[in-house]
Design a protein around this ligand. Sequence first.
Ligand code: COS
Length: 393
Amino acid sequence: MKASTAHLGLPFFDDVHRTLGQQLADWVPAQQVDESDDRSACRQWVQRLGDAGWLRYCVPAGNGGALGGALEKLDSRALVILRETLAFHSPLADFAFAMQGLGSGAITLAGTPEQQAAYLPAVARGEKIAAFALSEPDAGSDAGAMTTSADQADGQWALNGRKTWISNGDLADFYVTFAKTDASAGTRGITAFIVDARVAGLDSSEHIAVMSPHPLATLRFAHCRIPATAQLGALHGGFKLAMQTLDIFRASVAAAALGMARRALAEAVRFSRERRMFGQTLADFQLTQAKIGEMAALIDAAALLTYRAAWLRDDSEQRAAGTRVTTEAAMAKMTATENAQRVIDMALQMHGGMGVKVGTRIESLYREIRSLRIYEGATEVQQLIIGKSVLQS
Ligand code: COS
C-alpha cells in the first residue's frame, strides 16, 4: 500500500519538501525488512536509510546534511514528512530514523565543530547509531529531578547513576547523556555529555521488553570516566539543551502518529469496501460512513497542527533565531498522538475479529501507537506546557 501524498500540496511546504515526500513514498514500499527481531531490524533500517540518503535530513548541511541554503539547519518540515511516511509503512523504520535525529540533535544544536565533525557525518551515513539519555527511574516527566551525577576529576568527568527507557540502549554507538553537575541547582545544574558506548564503567546490558518491541535498555554508570572534551554545550546548560532538542522532535512524534493514523484509515477504507454483510458492503452502512468521516477529520486536525509546528520552527529559525515554538510543538504532539489512538481504535473496531488477530496491521498499530502518548513528554506534560503558556500570555 502506497502512502497518499495529497497533503504535500498544502502551503506549509516548499517544492523541496514535495520532491522529498514523493521520492520517499516510492522508496519505502519497496523495502522488505524482517522485523521479527527488533534489534537486528533496527540496525538494518539504519543501514538502509543511511545508504539511501534519508538520514542526511537528521543533520545540518555542513556535516553531511541534505539541505543547504536557507534550510541548512535541521528542517522540521522534512523531518515531519519523513517520519509520517516511514511510520505509514513501518513504525520501526520511523523509530530508527527518529533516533538518529533525536540522539544527535543536541550535537547539531550545541556541539563544537570538532564534535559535530566526529559524530554527525557518521550519523547521516548510518555508520554510528545515536541515542538520547535523559529519563531516570525517578525522573521521567520531572526531568529536572534527575540524580545521575557528573563530577570533575583529574581533568576528566566521572559519571555515576542510572538512565532508563533509553531508546537504542545497548545498540547505540554513543549516548547524549544529561547529568547533574550541581546537585543543588535543579534544572540549572544539568550538563550534557557525549558518551561513547564502549567506555569502561557503562553497562547497557539490561534490556526492557515493551508491548511493541523496539530496542530499549537501562544504562548504569559506575565511575564511568569520559574526557573533558565530551562535555556538550555550556556547563549547566543541559536542561535547556534537552528541551530545545525536544522542541524539534516533539513535532516529529506528532508526524509519526499521523502516519500510523493515516495507515489505519487506509486499512479501514479498504476493509470496509471489501467486507460484505447483510447484502451490502460495510462501506454502504451509514454507521461506517460516519466513523470514516470522524477518522478523516481527526487526522486532518492533527496534520494541520503538526505542519504548523514544523513550519513555524523553520520560519522562526530563518527570521529570528531563538524564537521558541514549544507550545505549538506541544499542541501538535498531544493532539496527533491522542487522535491517532482514537482513529486506530475505530479502525480496529471496524475490522471486528480480524482487528485483534495477531499479525494483522491493525493489531500491530494498536500496540505501536500507545507509547507515543507517553514518550518525549506524556500528554499530561504537553497539557501543562500549553496551559502555562496560555496563562502567561
Ligand atoms: N527551550 C528552552 N528553554 C526551556 C524550554 C525550552 N523548550 N523549556 C524550559 N526551558 C527553560 C526555562 O526557561 C527555565 O529556564 P530558567 O532556569 O532560566 O528560568 C528552565 O528551562 C526550567 O524550566 P521550567 O521551570 O519550565 O522546568 P520544569 O522543571 O517545570 O519542567 C517540563 C518543565 C515538565 C515541561 C519539563 O520537565 C519536561 O518537558 N518534561 C518532560 C521530559 C520529557 O519529555 N521526557 C522524555 C524524555 S525523551 S523519551
